[in-house]
Design a protein around this ligand. Structure first.
Ligand SMILES: [Zn+2]
Length: 114
């Protein structure tokens, strides 16, 4: 059916239009945690009794092989980092959907030839 192909092409076009700017994407996830500074006499970090500093925000990025890279994120960068993470998740989701449509298109075009 020609209609089905047109439908798939239209969905694909729409998905491509929703693609975020790839220039801003960031991998990983955000953690909030207290940290100890190890400065002698710090009242926040005393002998493991104090609460530590923070919470500070950390971007945790898996490097594979069970290795993780942790990047502290200053508050003024937080919203831009969150936007990058959202853009990455969105890009992944859209790529999967577009790839699936392309598989469906192959199948549909083959079927129409028979
Ligand atoms: Zn401290």
């Amino acid at each position: 059916m020609k209609g089905r192909i047109a439908e798939l092409l239209a969905s694909r076009k729409q998905l491509v239009r929703q693609m975020p700017d790839p220039a801003i994407i960031l991998p990983g996830s955000l953690l909030h945690r207290m940290v100890r500074c190890h400065k002698p006499g710090c009242r926040f970090c005393e002998k493991g009794k104090g609460p530590g500093h923070g919470p500070i925000c950390i971007l945790s990025v898996s490097l594979g092989n069970r290795k993780v890279r942790q990047v502290p994120i200053p508050n003024e960068r937080l919203s831009e980092v969150e936007e990058g993470l959202r853009a990455f998740a969105q890009t992944r989701k859209l790529l999967k959907q577009i790839a699936q449509i392309n598989v469906d298109l192959l199948k549909e075009r083959k079927r129409q030839r028979q």
